[in-house]
Design a protein around this ligand. Structure first.
Ligand SMILES: *Cc1c(COP(=O)(O)O)cnc(C)c1O
Length: 393
């Protein structure tokens, strides 16, 4: 029996998703890992208990064969040393920030960040005595000018939440490292299939597994995949705080991963088709989709990403009531937060908390999560919304 799992590094991403590092031979041949519900793990002896650091499992909170199967699959996809699982995407943001920041430290965060990340930084981190500063997404190597002797973390997100600005990840990370900071990137939009941050100088890659990995709008979970240098501190902080992900939810994400590649292909194709179609419509302003030829950061996208997912925005010029009329006329596309599931969603984007990357002078960005429905039906739905909005200024 071979134990060499390195075969995975030579295989394509869909083979990786289908097989993962979990070895069915370790579980009597069953193709999926068991769902292990556990707190207590029994030890062979007092001696084994004393030397438990050498054992794979010691307590439910520290992990089970179920959590390990998902952690290992994500580590392999992200080319990371280790991955931790937490109960939400937001916890996958707050825990690494808590791990690497303390009173008196300075933290740089991209201004176009996911809004709850800003709320955590402005709330909890500032209360802890951390100095928070926001920077423009196109800063590139210019981040060096913002680095201070006490800058411990540079936090990135690519593309930008809701407005899709791209970043030169390598340039920012190199300058951050030169200044002694750890770099983190929220990689939820691209998934590890389309972008692998650790290969661009990022130390910690963050995912809301709630989105594409789970894929069915029925699970909340997050992950952080770390380099060898940052993994220990991350894991110890997770254990000190005392959070992990529950086994049934972990199993659902493992199941979701198996089909993530084919789902993303469809999300990608449908979103591109709708974005291209929207570009030519009356009453529609700028369409912000990283893979569109007209997109201002297309170069940065092409250089770093190998594909696009199903989330993009477009501008509806005019009053907010025009945007509300558009949204309220939709029949298939639901109004709701989150994304990455099978069903299409739309929201009016709120950019009021931005300090640098402000919202448009006129109009409202509508963010679309393009699901797995037939594109013709989604087009007809958008057409319905635009027709309703055309009577409002
Ligand atoms: C949704 C989301 C999160 C948070 O995920 P939850 O599981 O909803 O907490 C973090 N980052 C980005 C970019 C997201 O879209």
């Amino acid at each position: 029996m071979t134990t060499d799992r390195s075969k995975s590094r030579q295989t394509g991403p869909n083979t990786l998703l289908a097989h993962g590092p979990y070895d069915p031979r370790s579980m009597h041949g069953f193709v999926n890992p068991p769902v292990v519900h556990a707190s207590t793990v029994l030890f062979e002896s007092t001696d084994a208990m004393k030397n438990r650091k050498s054992l794979p499992y010691t307590y439910g909170l520290r992990g089970t064969p179920t959590t390990k199967a998902l952690e290992d699959a994500l580590s392999e996809l992200e080319n990371a040393h280790e991955t931790i699982l937490v109960p939400s995407g937001l916890a996958a943001i707050s825990i690494p920030l808590l791990a690497f920041l303390g009173a008196g430290d300075h933290c740089l965060i991209v201004d176009s960040v996911y809004s709850p990340t800003r709320q955590f930084a402005n709330g909890t981190l500032r209360r802890m005595g951390v100095e928070i500063e926001y920077f423009e997404p196109h800063v590139g190597a210019g981040i060096a000018d913002l680095m201070k002797p006490n800058t411990k973390v540079v936090f990135l997100e690519a593309p930008a939440s809701n407005t899709f600005e791209m970043m030169d990840v390598r340039a920012v990370c190199d300058a951050a490292h030169a200044g002694g900071a750890v770099t983190m990137l929220d990689n939820t939009w691209a998934t590890p299939l389309f972008f692998r941050p650790l290969e661009h100088g990022v130390d910690l890659s963050i995912h809301a597994l709630t989105k594409y990995p789970s894929g069915h709008s029925d699970v909340m979970m997050g992950s952080v995949s770390a380099t060898k240098e940052t993994a220990h501190r991350l894991r110890e902080t997770q254990m000190q705080i005392g959070v992990n992900a529950g086994p049934d939810d972990v199993y659902l994400v493992l199941r979701g991963l198996k089909t993530m590649g084919v789902r993303l292909e469809r999300h990608q194709a449908s979103a591109l088709e709708l974005a291209t179609w929207l570009e030519g419509r009356d009453g529609v302003g700028e369409v912000r989709h990283p893979a569109l030829a007209s997109f201002f950061d297309r170069d940065l996208y092409e250089r770093q990403f190998s594909g696009s997912s199903g989330l993009f925005s477009f501008l509806l010029p005019g009053s907010f009531s025009r945007a509300a009329t558009f949204l309220d006329a939709l029949e298939i596309i639901g109004l709701g937060y989150s994304w990455g599931g099978h069903e299409s969603l739309a929201v009016a984007v709120d950019l009021s908390d931005r300090t640098i990357c402000k919202g448009p002078a006129d109009g409202t960005f509508i963010r679309l999560q393009v699901g797995l429905e037939d594109v013709a039906d989604l087009k007809a739905d958008l057409e319905r919304g635009l027709a309703a909005a055309s009577s409002v200024t």
